[in-house]
Design a protein around this ligand. Structure first.
Ligand SMILES: Nc1ncnc2c1ncn2[C@@H]1O[C@H](COP(=O)(O)OP(=O)(O)OP(=O)(O)O)[C@@H](O)[C@H]1O
Length: 745
């Protein structure tokens, strides 16, 4: 949102009704308040936060003629006007959404305090209690709401013209509260240091506006930290110093050389915000995490146990489970009882990883009946699957560690850590491909040296969303005991899916094309379609058929797309699928353009350890069971696997519709039916590991809809991003040079 908008006009309007709102984009009917068009009601379109009926705005933008809707005004910049008549004030107060402050009560307030009402509320809200029907609590809620509005407005007026997104402004306010502007004045780059996910440019512009010189130390420091945080978002644990300098100098613009950054770097090193090792620069948090994991892994490998011979009891276990393990599986089982306390089991779908784990637990319980075992996985769904297949309780790694609070910048603190280690003798972690470095560090730190650790996963899946690539890194260190299971044992209804998964892995496009083209497989279908419109239509037709004719419920069907945005992006598909599955439902709560309806399939999109009894975590899916409306309050009850969790309207930023989801978000999940859409415009993401991850999510049926080119591209593109991580070298060092890892002392 900038003010330099070609042919820009500015008009004053009053919002009469909201026609449409999505995220922060709205279309509203507004009355023009002055000028030639005074009194006309036209549509205004644009991003306006917390836009409410009755409010007045000064909007800048341009008039456009829409062939269907007539004259409209596209808003590029706006300023909310404070109410300046008693009627406006009443409308403003009653539309704030404070429980118990409707039009009548608002009128009483304005009657008593006149045009000073807002000042009175902000200065001394207890005065409101003089009015009959306004309790202290009600007055306080109104004060809180008003204060929030003012803070937001102040921040918005300062930051929105710098291209900061509204949700980012909210994040800043949540973190700095009333002190936001003060903190920015002190050092406009503070958020780059203290938070994640912010661009450099807005704060750089702010610093310029406030006359901080371009070679200011703050700017040098922030550019380095920004470059490292950007690298973290891309999965890197560190960046080579030369890359930091190149990227940092590109940010600073012309006229700067490495020597200007040197000063910033030495301050950051002195204060410990970043760490330099050889030519590798780390954010401290990731440096510590990497060292923790390396130290613990080294420790688990150096302190050894007595090897146990499992030959005889294994026969009994095989009899009990009615299975005969193949030689590789037997070797895996025997290594799990070897001297070293860390073991990594890998393999694609259906290769018997779970079957080996089951046998291992059986054996372990025979040898150590009193020992305590914990099973965990990075996501709730993966933990549930692990629990179902082993018949033992399994938790997410978060729950295993028991979050107890979080730091100001949102990092979780756990009950179990190096001071209070996890009370288990054996820990088995599944889906380790999804485990990122910070969570791995928290886990490893909380493991006692006596504990045995078995890690299970498939390294061909996508790497974790967070930084690092633990599983791949561990596999790169030859001293770490591991077995990679190869034979596919599963011969059920998903045989075709497994065959396709293996063909994808080997990049066997011609065979795959033949299998799909000749419809050789019972459970995999490729429906070629060219443009996004055809793909969408076909998708809706297919999903409708699956639902109405084949009896699959929305819960059973996962529509996967590589991206969030665009015609075939998850956001768009969710709106279409909601209409299909739940179009007639009328009970809804609107939240920034998303309509949440009863029966909708939803996903939690951030970890919240305080929600419900033991937290709801990123990636958990559920269904909206109930919407409760009382007065101005709206609440939603979501059932996650039978567990009912309450969300207030303001909590809805934690939820998203999940009829469709990205392949990245579907990692670790399994669904009876996967419908995957692929189009040429997904090009940057069309990679083998993404396709493999999508394919292996399907248990009974896989349907791919899209262009042949996109599918082939995904099969053949093996360019995986390289993630900078020193873990393999650090661990290699233990066995060779011993220079990068400190032994546990
Ligand atoms: N040695 C074996 N002999 C016969 N059947 C086996 C053997 N090992 C595994 N199976 C069978 O193969 C199927 C797949 O095994 P399992 O579920 O353990 O694989 P997985 O690697 O965990 O798969 P996924 O990653 O897809 O969950 C199961 O039905 C299992 O009973």
């Amino acid at each position: 949102m900038t003010r330099n908008f070609l042919l820009e006009e500015t008009i004053n309007i009053e919002v009469k009704y909201i026609k449409f709102s999505r995220e922060n984009f709205i279309i509203a009917g507004a009355k023009i308040l002055e000028g030639e068009r005074q009194g006309e009601i036209i549509d205004i379109l644009g991003e306006i936060i917390n836009c409410r009926v009755g409010e007045r705005y000064r909007v800048s933008g341009k008039f456009v003629n829409n062939p269907n809707y007539g004259l409209q005004f596209q808003v590029k910049y706006y300023e909310k006007e404070r109410p300046n008549s008693p009627e406006q004030l009443i409308s403003y107060l009653s539309n704030l959404g404070v429980k118990g402050i409707g039009e009548k009560t608002a009128a009483k307030i304005v009657e008593r305090f006149g045009m000073d009402s807002l000042t009175v509320i902000l200065k001394d809200f207890s005065q409101l209690t003089k009015i009959k029907g306004i309790s202290f609590e009600k007055a306080e809620s109104l004060y809180q709401k008003l204060k929030e509005e003012y803070l937001f407005e102040e921040a918005f007026n300062l930051l929105a013209p710098l291209n900061l997104e509204p949700h980012q402004i909210k994040t800043l306010l949540k973190f700095y509260r009333e002190g936001l502007i003060e903190h920015l004045k002190e050092n406009p780059y503070n958020p780059i240091h203290e938070l994640y996910g912010f661009a450099f440019a807005p704060f750089d512009k702010l610093a310029r506006d406030w006359h901080f010189p371009p070679n200011h130390l703050y700017r040098m420091k922030a550019s380095i930290v920004y470059v490292l945080k950007e690298a973290l978002e891309q999965g890197h644990v560190y960046l080579p110093l030369v890359e930091v300098y190149n990227k940092g100098l590109a940010l600073l613009g012309e006229g700067f050389g490495p020597e200007t950054l040197d000063e910033g770097l030495s301050v950051l090193l002195r204060t410990g915000e970043v760490c330099l090792e050889r030519d590798r620069l780390y954010l401290k948090k990731l440096y510590d995490a990497e060292k923790t994991v390396a130290r613990k892994v080294a420790f688990l490998l150096t302190i050894t146990d007595k090897k146990i011979n499992i030959k005889k009891p294994l026969n009994e276990v095989e009899k009990k489970l009615g299975i005969s393990y193949d030689p590789l599986q037997k070797e895996a089982l025997s290594l799990m009882f070897a001297e070293k306390k860390l073991f990594v089991l890998t393999g694609g779908p259906g290769t018997g990883k779970t079957t080996v784990i089951k046998g291992f637990i059986e054996l372990y319980q025979r040898f150590f009946p009193k020992n305590k075992i914990a099973l965990a996985a990075p996501t709730g769904r993966a933990a549930k699957r692990l629990s179902e297949s082993t018949g033992m309780p399994a938790a997410t790694i978060h729950r295993l560690l028991e979050p107890e609070g979080e730091t100001r910048s949102g990092e979780l603190l756990f009950r179990y850590n190096k001071y209070e280690p996890l009370p288990y003798d054996l820990i088995i972690i599944d889906e380790v491909s999804m485990l990122d470095l910070p969570l791995a560090a928290a886990l490893f730190e909380a493991i006692t040296p006596e504990c045995r650790l078995v890690l299970v996963g498939d390294p061909n899946q996508l790497p974790p969303v967070g930084p690092g690539q633990l599983l791949k890194d561990l596999l790169a260190v030859e001293e770490i005991p591991r077995i990679s299971l190869k034979t596919v044992f599963r011969q059920g209804e998903d045989a075709g899916i497994i065959e396709v998964a293996h063909r994808v892995l080997t990049g066997d496009w011609f065979e795959l094309e033949r299998l799909l083209g000749e419809r050789m497989l019972e459970d995999v279908f490729f429906l070629p379609a060219k443009d996004t419109e055809n793909i969408t239509n076909l998708l809706l037709k297919v999903v409708k058929k699956l639902w109405e004719n084949y009896g699959y419920s929305p819960e059973d069907i996962a529509v996967l797309s590589p991206m969030r945005k665009g015609a075939l992006g998850v956001e768009n598909l969710n709106v279409l699928l909601q209409k299909l599955f739940n179009g007639f439902e009328t009970q809804e709560v609107k939240f920034f353009g998303t309509s949440f309806k009863v029966n909708d399939k939803v996903m939690q999109i951030k970890n919240n350890y305080e929600r419900g009894e033991d937290g709801v975590f990123n990636g958990e899916t559920g269904f909206i069971k109930k919407i409760i409306k009382s007065g101005d309050e709206e609440e939603i009850i979501v059932s996650f696997d039978g567990k009912n969790i309450k969300y207030r309207k303001t909590d809805l930023e934690e939820l998203t519709l999940s009829y469709a989801t990205t392949v990245h978000k579907a990692q670790g999940m399994e669904y009876p039916v996967v419908v995957l859409v692929l189009h040429n415009y997904h090009y940057p993401l069309l990679k083998r590991n993404l396709l493999y991850t999508a394919v292996t999510r399907a248990k009974k049926m896989l349907i791919v809809i899209g262009t042949t080119w996109a599918l082939r591209q995904a099969v053949e593109n093996i360019k995986e991003e390289t993630r900078y991580s020193s873990l393999p070298e650090r661990l290699g060092g233990v066995f060779k040079k011993g220079d990068l890892v400190e032994r546990e002392g």
